[in-house]
Design a protein around this ligand. Structure first.
Ligand code: ZN
Length: 127
């Protein structure tokens, strides 16, 4: 499972205003920003000029439940499964813990040599 997170951008293939599997025929490729994730996949921000089927409006309840940033309030979003992502465009900054190799978004180095050791590993070096 790739670990994408809000702020990352992905390409999806679109055919007749529907996001289709990366293995299907398509009309165009569009880039979307991830605004939230759940157990089944990701929620993508859909700008108003992208006419897509199946979008929902990120209302207050939805933003709260999914932890969506309030700049997307009342914008259109769409839920996709992870396997609908054709390509990963960019990932936000962060660092990988040098012990457990977990990726921590927005983290910066906290060791003398500039590497990161995460909180869990600092608490329990033998985990
Ligand atoms: Zn760690």
């Amino acid at each position: 499972m790739t670990k994408l997170k809000p702020g990352d951008r992905v390409d999806c293939r679109v055919k007749t205003a529907t996001i289709v599997s990366p293995y299907r025929n398509y009309d165009e490729v569009k880039t979307f920003e991830i605004v939230a994730k759940d157990d089944h996949g990701y929620y993508l921000y859909v700008p108003h000029y992208y006419a897509l089927k199946g979008t929902i409006v990120a209302d207050v309840y939805c933003c709260k439940r999914l932890g969506i940033d309030k700049r997307f309030l009342n914008e259109n979003i769409i839920h996709i499964q992870e396997n609908m992502i054709a390509n990963i465009r960019s990932r936000l900054d962060g660092m990988v813990c040098s012990i457990c190799k977990e990726f921590y978004p927005f983290a910066s180095g906290n060791q003398k040599d500039g590497t990161l050791i995460c909180y869990s590993c600092r608490q329990n070096p033998y985990r």
